[in-house]
Design a protein around this ligand. Structure first.
Ligand code: ATP
Ligand SMILES: Nc1ccn([C@@H]2O[C@H](COP(=O)(O)O)[C@@H](O)[C@H]2O)c(=O)n1
Length: 222
């Protein structure tokens, strides 16, 4: 069977990575979490006290940075310059700073080039904010996942609780809404549904139902 490309975009905590992993596993495709790449750069920049508003300084860091995405037992493992930073890049500090890094044109150009290289052979499920619009504009399947802010915050809250770090639900709602606003309003490749993407409102759908819908689209377009 032909190996196609599947682009999954949407706002924060909409369920992109959860369903992307399931779909990739079912199809034996590779999964690329592009948000993790922006997070890895943000983590490194913070560690090295780089001014996140300084595009050229960030670009110089990125050009000397290796970011590898590898499949692991519990999802994708992120290797930054040879070091496993899978958990570090999910900190509140990185989460609340990453949109500032991702807004820069030069950073996006370099990240998109790396992502296109990862997806060059097809057989890929990639999730992010600009996959259907910029990274894989010719993807056979494009979906845009949505859910209300309340539902997304509640899901993330439950996830955090289950991992043993309780968070404040109202604070989470604010952070998710702020990140969506920054990502949607930036000048370069803002968070948008591609014209030819199917919008899926997951608010009242289970994870399995969302994955099945994407798998059905993949089967149709294969
Ligand atoms: N349809 C769904 N029903 C219930 N819970 C869901 C659903 N989809 C995802 N979740 C849960 O919501 C949480 C957020 O999902 P996930 O991390 O996949 O979102 P994301 O869009 O990749 O987030 P981010 O953009 O922040 O990386 C996870 O705990 C996941 O298990
Ligand atoms: N294609 C993408 C993917 C992500 N971003 C930025 O990274 C942030 C973190 O993404 P998560 O999916 O891990 O939450 C996100 O808020 C964006 O600022 C992006 O710009 N483009």
């Amino acid at each position: 069977m032909k190996k196609i490309s599947i682009a999954i975009d949407g706002p924060a905590a909409a369920g992109k990575s959860t369903v992307a992993k399931i779909v990739a596993e079912k199809l034996s495709y590779i999964y690329i979490d592009t948000g993790a790449m922006y997070r890895a750069l943000t983590y490194k920049a913070i560690q090295n006290h780089v001014n996140l508003e300084n595009e050229q300084e960030l670009l110089a860091v990125l050009q000397k940075t290796s970011i590898e995405l590898m499949p692991g037992e519990e999802g994708q493992i992120i290797i930054l310059d040879g070091e496993n930073v899978t958990n570090d890049i999910r900190s509140a500090q990185v989460t609340n700073s990453v949109s500032a890094v991702a807004k820069h044109r030069a950073i996006r150009a370099e990240m998109v080039a790396r992502q296109q290289e990862f997806g060059a052979e097809g057989g890929v499920v990639m999730d992010g904010r600009d996959i259907g619009t910029h990274v894989l504009p010719n993807a056979e399947v494009k979906v845009f996942l949505l859910a209300s802010v309340d539902e997304r915050a509640a899901r993330r809250h439950a996830e955090n609780q289950s991992k043993g770090f309780p968070t404040d639900l109202e604070q989470l709602k604010k952070e998710i809404a702020t990140r969506d606003k920054l990502d949607s309003e930036r000048e370069v490749a803002p968070l948008r549904k591609a014209e030819d993407a199917e919008e899926i409102d997951t608010t009242s759908m289970s994870i399995g139902e969302v994955a099945d819908r994407i798998l059905a689209l993949a089967a149709e377009r294969n």
